[in-house]
Design a protein around this ligand. Sequence first.
Ligand code: ATP
Ligand code: MG
Length: 407
Amino acid sequence: MLASEIMIRYGELSTKGKNMKDFINRLGKNVAGVLEDYSGIEVNWNRDRMHVILNDQEEHSADIINRLTHVFGISSLSPAMKVEKTLKAAEVAVQDLARELYEPNMTFKIDTHRADHEFEYDTMALNRKLGAAVIDAIPEIQAQMDNPDIKIRVEVRNKHIYISARTIPGAGGMPVGTAGTGMLMLSGGIDSPVAGYLSMKRGMEVEAVHFHSPPYTSPQALQKAKDLAAKIAQFSGPMTFIEVPFAEIQEEIKKHVPDGYGMTITRRMMLRLTDKIREQQGGLAIVTGESMGQVASQTLESMQAINHVTTTPVLRPLISMDKNEIIDITKTIDTYELSIQPFEDCCTIFAPSSPKTKPTIENAIRYEKALDIEGLIERALAGVKRETIKPGSSQDDALEETFNSIL
Ligand code: ATP
Ligand code: MG
């Protein structure tokens, strides 16, 4: 069935009292945002429901539904088909729909609602006539009023009749943008994209900060981080991606800091820079993909020695998760295959052979005295590049677009 309209239910939002209006307005913008490239679609809403009217984009309804299932703040959605306002058209449509959904021994019910009370048939008559049409199409189907397997909703409105039967679960959570902005420290690994996704789920708008160290790291490693950003942008709409040149800092650390503290001080520099960028971008928090005890930099001792450079909240949505649990989520957000591509990240290349798992703040401060912290930060910030990453786009898509525009 090609949908001509999609009805959206809000779920958790409905309980948000006076903030509800802001939440729904934001959801409306986010829904319009993910469908931006389809011209002519209308999105309108009231306090109970949102309606996406597809107009002449009906043939894309499957893709549109798929995109909407990625939008946080939607509890469920129901595609509806618009038909001519005649009994005949409604009969044909309920028959088609019933045939599409029917499996042996299923029961059904027609549930009619009329906004237009002038229509020549009343609710009871429509239920009866459309029910008879379904039985004509599938003689073995049984009608059942309580808990039918197939419930066909028929709405008679001013100009058309709308028919729907499916309820598709939404992504849940809160609309992205209702909880302020956070800077996601995005590596090319498995964990940080998952941390970004989970933050978005509770309404945070996420901007990605990625450190790279050319010529030690390759253009592919940078592209991989952008591709990961594009994957999670499917849950938020276009995402700001900020790349920070990090080679000079890593060279200086390698030269002047004892090996055991290289990692601690590298992380302190990353956090300082991310915090400066957060300030410039008007963000309220920093998000990382750290999980307790996963590697040397993720012991509590390491976290306190690293975190010491800022009082900004550093959120770690994965803190309690095992690697397997994190990998499970990568399946939902489709990042696993990308994350395991073998391009070396700046931290892997400069990784000390035996990082301290229990560094202290005092030692970190002492070893940093050998570095020109302010100069290094200033130069790295001067080299920062910002771009907007489109949802789902990857280097391959970009290439394809270029080819298409040439052809
Ligand atoms: P990930 O899979 O997210 O890389 P990880 O388990 O490999 O995590 P680390 O590489 O030690 O852990 O990094 C811990 C966190 O530090 C990452 O989750 C990420 O938030 C941040 N981080 C690491 N490298 C970078 C980088 N190059 N740019 C931005 N953030 C980074
Ligand atoms: Mg990593």
